[in-house]
Ligand binder design. Structure first.
Ligand code: SF4
Ligand code: ZN
Length: 424
């Protein structure tokens, strides 16, 4: 028997109208993630017999725990585990449902959600707290929305919120990261040439009405949370939903990534605002950006290459701008030649800026990002160009950030970008 869930039992309003709401430092009561603590989220399929529908558990301190009395801000590590079961449920749907955590949490009046996977970041306002909103209510909202929006596949849903350092760290290593890697590995076997269909994702049109992500096996959505497999599963789950297929047909230009079918679909999906996009170029009709990009890539003309800055990096980059400054130029659903928002995973893709010479254009990245993508990036560059240990030639903030010193470093390493064709 299916129970239709409509009413959500929480002390604040929950509606898509609250989606764009930011929670600033001075109005914030509690914070999870955002570089200060760990914060991950995971949706996992379970057997119907394994979970209890509507069971919501907080394991560890709640935000009104006595230890926080008088604290300026409550900061806790957080692990959100959503377990779903149902006859129509498939493993491929897990990450699709998981991405919706971002939207569902943002629907809460008084909550903000940024990021995904194990770089999620959540804030709750003082006002919501005073109305009685607690962490367990995030569980209530996720429960109700998962049941309501995915009632064709979710018959039971159970949410567990972990808030002790010990649990959050241990589960991240033992359970969460291995699942993320399994998902990534399945995707690594696919190339853009090996499929007949790309997909749109228009989930972010609620923020950026003209924005359309074109998702291919080798280029995931710029939020880093929507892969080609996810888009395919989204279409199955929700046939009229945000991911629609593009039968790609023959390419106009395979290197730059131009397809007639892509242009047509993007024009229709953006209500005519964007008529041409290329999939592999940062200069010629680059894809638009909404605002959720994990990284921004921008041209550094004097190095004949590009720098990449990730959201977590707070300092100024060699192009003279911070992530926030770059974001204000790149976001909003407009095309900005020379700047491009993208997911972390795209950095190890052989299609990355292939129109402008590809991965060897990368001259600078923050150290943390560099370490995170090193293995895939080195492997892709080696296969494309024969260059070994390419990451070693890429500068970072521990080596230099000002233009001249970056150039000196690149020269000392014989960085390939210096001798490539002029980028512009
Ligand atoms: Fe979809 Fe792109 Fe938004 Fe990600 S950033 S949810 S892929 S529209
Ligand atoms: Zn977005």
């Amino acid at each position: 028997i299916k129970i239709k869930v409509t009413k959500i039992d929480v002390p604040v309003s929950v509606a898509s109208a609250f989606e764009g709401e930011r929670v600033r430092k001075d109005t914030m009561f509690a914070e999870f993630g955002g570089n200060k603590t760990k914060c991950w989220e995971l949706v996992r399929e379970a057997e119907l017999s394994e979970i209890e529908d509507h069971k919501i558990t907080v394991i560890g301190p709640e935000i009104d725990d006595a230890q926080f009395a008088g604290a300026d801000v409550v900061r806790l590590p957080l692990g959100i585990l959503v377990e779903v079961a149902g006859k129509g449920m498939q493993k491929d749907f897990e990450s699709v449902l998981e991405r919706r955590i971002h939207y569902f949490t943002n629907y809460i009046d008084g909550a903000m959600h940024v990021g995904q996977r194990n770089i999620a970041w959540i804030r709750i306002t003082k006002e919501a707290y005073e109305k009685g909103f607690r962490l367990k209510h995030i569980g209530e909202v996720l429960y109700a929305k998962m049941r309501a929006d995915f009632d064709n596949v979710v018959d039971k849903c159970q949410v567990t919120l972990y808030t002790t350092q010990e649990d959050v760290a241990r589960l991240e290593e033992e359970v969460v990261k291995p699942i993320y890697s399994q998902r990534d590995d399945r995707l690594n076997a696919l190339t853009d040439e090996s499929v007949d269909t790309f997909y749109t994702c228009t989930l972010c049109q609620s923020f950026a009405p003209s924005h359309v992500c074109v998702v291919t096996p080798e280029r995931l959505g710029l939020c880093g949370a929507v892969s080609w497999l996810d888009s395919k599963a989204t279409k199955e789950l929700d046939p009229a939903g945000p991911s629609q297929p593009i039968e790609k047909g023959v390419a106009v230009d395979e290197k730059i990534g131009i397809w007639e079918a892509v242009n047509k679909t993007v024009a229709a999906a953006s209500q005519g605002a964007v008529e041409r996009v290329t999939l592999y170029s940062i200069l010629e009709d680059p894809m638009t950006s909404c605002g959720c990009f994990e990284c921004i890539c921008g041209i550094m003309p004097e190095a004949n290459g590009v720098v990449i800055v990730n959201r977590e990096f707070g300092e100024i980059s060699p192009v003279g701008m911070t992530f926030g400054e770059l974001a204000s130029m790149t976001g909003g659903g407009v095309q900005t030649p020379g700047f491009m928002g993208h997911g972390r995973h795209f950095i190890g893709s052989k299609k990355f800026m292939s129109a402008e010479g590809g991965l060897t254009r990368i001259v600078w990245m923050p150290k943390e990002l560099k370490d995170d993508v090193a293995e895939r990036l080195n492997k892709a560059v080696l296969e494309l160009t024969g260059i070994e240990n390419f990451v070693d030639m890429v500068c970072d903030e521990t080596i230099a950030t000002d233009s001249e010193a970056v150039l000196e470093f690149l020269e000392s390493k014989g960085h390939p970008a210096l001798t490539m064709d002029p980028i512009m």
